[in-house]
Design a protein around this ligand. Structure first.
Ligand SMILES: CC(=O)SCCNC(=O)CCNC(=O)[C@H](O)C(C)(C)COP(=O)(O)OP(=O)(O)OC[C@H]1O[C@@H](n2cnc3c(N)ncnc32)[C@H](O)[C@@H]1OP(=O)(O)O
Ligand SMILES: N[C@@H](CCO)C(=O)O
Length: 353
């Protein structure tokens, strides 16, 4: 492998977008300043028709080439040699963007519990600010899964003709009571941590472990647990399933904060593409991009039917399904199926890839 060539091709960089203009939120509150960390791969071509914009899920970051390495990277489906690929760390998240542990420029102190409520529409507006500041006029394809899919739908509605292709993975046009319920149990876990309420970056850390363990039960399917977490016959205690969930909880708590988890899960709850627009079905009908909605057959959180509904109401849309035991998270794992599904989408709509 020619490493020099490889590095030149990938051409990855992470920057910070910084706006000193108050960022007004749907709630009526505002963030006095907004910082957004974003990572780009490849180069914008002169025709500006090679932009691939990816929106990460709940605990992702802007380095899409890391967490979606089966889709983005050298010789991958979205190769930086051909595309200008961009992913922005969503506001509220602790991977470089303004979040509850940021300093509030008005008080000079960290926001902590005073961080305002964000909605998926606010997040889409944040992406729109950065698009405008970068002077990107056209987006070839916007992709997002789960929370990222919600934000992508909101943004697609605003982008109108500036967006050619939209790919929504394991997501929904309006958060169901089921999703909100799961998120509430996770916030309850954070609240039950006696450190929650302290002004410290680690506040709620044990609670966050439990929150992630609960969330994993919605990201996987019983078949996945049966396949991977069956304990040997005769086991009476310390089951594999138990250590798996505890491990997953610790893994997240070591890389994320309870504050960001709280804000982002609340944003997910808020999601309703149809708010103030006559309902989500009407709002979906106004999305102009060619759209691919992808469900996962074993998704217990965002049901495949919710993805089917997205395809039903967006005028130029189709539905495809990932078959997997992984459950909801399959969109982060099943790269081979995803590549095939995306390739078929681009071939069927005549859009080059
Ligand atoms: C800085 C950053 O990391 S941010 C960006 C990264 N994260 C994101 O973008 C968020 C999206 N990604 C994800 O949610 C996840 O990474 C996924 C869904 C893609 C994959 O999840 P994984 O945890 O790797 O998969 P899976 O559910 O199979 O669990 C495997 C892990 O559990 C461990 N494990 C499996 N069974 C058990 C068990 N019975 N007991 C204890 N541990 C177990 C494995 O050893 C493995 O550990 P490792 O992660 O340290 O290698
Ligand atoms: N596993 C995903 C959440 C589900 O979309 C994440 O941690 O971002």
């Amino acid at each position: 492998m020619n490493l020099t060539h490889s590095i030149v091709n990938i051409n990855m960089r992470t920057d910070i977008f910084h706006s000193k203009t108050p960022f007004v939120l749907e709630s009526g509150q505002e963030l006095p300043e907004l910082e957004l960390a974003y990572t780009t791969y490849g180069k914008l071509n002169s025709a500006q028709d090679n932009v691939i914009w990816v929106v990460h899920a709940l605990t992702g970051d802007s380095r899409v080439g890391d967490w979606w390495n089966g889709m983005v990277g050298e010789d991958q489906f979205f190769d930086p040699a051909d595309y200008f690929i961009i992913c922005v760390n969503l506001p509220g998240s602790c991977y470089g963007s303004t979040n509850p542990l940021s300093s509030n420029p008005i008080t000079g102190k960290n926001y902590y519990y005073d961080f305002p409520l964000l909605t998926t529409r606010d997040m889409a507006n944040a992406l729109e600010s950065i698009r405008q500041s970068l002077g990107i006029n056209q987006i070839h394809t916007l992709l997002g899964g789960s929370l990222g899919g919600q934000v992508a739908l909101e943004w697609a509605y605003l982008l109108e003709d500036r967006l050619q292709n939209l790919v929504i993975l394991a997501s929904t046009a309006k958060s169901s009571p089921w999703v909100i319920g799961f998120n509430e149990t996770q916030r309850m876990a954070i609240e039950s941590d006696c450190t929650w309420g302290e002004e410290s970056a680690d506040a709620g850390k044990k609670g966050l472990e439990t929150a992630r363990a609960i969330a994993m039960m919605s990201y996987r399917h019983p078949w996945d647990f049966a396949k991977k977490q069956e304990s040997p016959s005769g086991t009476l205690d310390n089951f594999r399933s138990s250590s798996y969930l505890r491990y997953q909880g610790q893994k997240l708590a070591n890389r994320f904060t309870a504050f960001s988890y709280w804000i982002l899960s609340k944003a997910m709850d808020s999601h309703d593409l149809g708010r103030g627009r006559g309902g989500y079905q009407d709002a979906l009908k106004k999305i102009k991009a060619r759209t691919l909605a992808v469900g996962v057959d074993t998704d217990l959180l965002f049901l495949p039917e919710e993805s089917m509904e997205i395809a039903k109401y967006i005028p130029k849309a189709s539905y495809r399904e990932i078959k997997a035991t992984a459950g909801h998270d399959a969109f982060l794992i099943e790269f081979e199926q995803l590549r095939y599904i995306l390739q078929s989408f681009y071939i069927s709509n005549g859009s080059k890839n």
